[in-house]
Design a protein. Structure first.
Length: 168
């Protein structure tokens, strides 16, 4: 390697290193870069005006008592559809010449289909969370093109086992 090439490479490395160091020292000196604990001004203003709408950090419940709230049929449908569309993508059924052109199309169609049988009228007492978890697990584990796996998923995701009926 010629000395000029070596010098250019060394200069480039020093430039990257000094840039990283200056960013690191700016952050350490109290830089006002947006972060979860230091949101941009528009978010700060919204947070002051709407303290209840703050997202939970760490994925915890956003409202007191929400951790014990029953799953709604709409929430169950969303969870099931997300898992099933993830499977459709994994099994290469999403694409230009496939069952669904996009993942969004998959979500839209499946939400419409599932909402016909899993809704507030059918599931008057909410959703059985344990059975929903089993359904989602079956959706995630369903093998591509395996009819036995498909039957297992259908059994785990039956409306009768997911829906809780209010006692009269």
């Amino acid at each position: 390697m010629r000395a000029a090439e070596f010098g250019a490479i060394a200069l480039g490395i020093v430039g990257v290193w000094s840039s990283a160091c200056s960013k690191s020292s700016n952050t350490a000196q109290g830089s006002k870069a947006p972060s979860a604990s230091n949101p941009p001004p528009a978010q700060q203003q919204h947070a002051q005006q709407h303290p209840q709408s703050q997202p939970a950090i760490g994925g915890g419940p956003t409202e007191p008592g929400a951790e014990h709230a029953p799953m709604t049929p709409k929430g169950a449908v969303s969870s099931m559809v997300a898992a099933q569309c993830d499977r459709e993508v994994r099994c290469k059924k999403v694409g230009q010449n496939e069952t669904y052109k996009t993942r969004e199309e998959c979500v839209s169609k499946l939400e419409h289909e599932k909402a016909q049988s899993i809704n507030d009228k059918v599931c008057t007492g909410g959703i059985n969370q344990g059975n929903l978890n089993g359904c989602i697990k079956a959706l995630k584990e369903e093998e591509c093109g395996n009819p036995i796996s498909y039957l297992e998923r259908n059994e785990a995701c039956k409306t009768d086992s997911l829906c809780v009926q209010k006692k009269k």
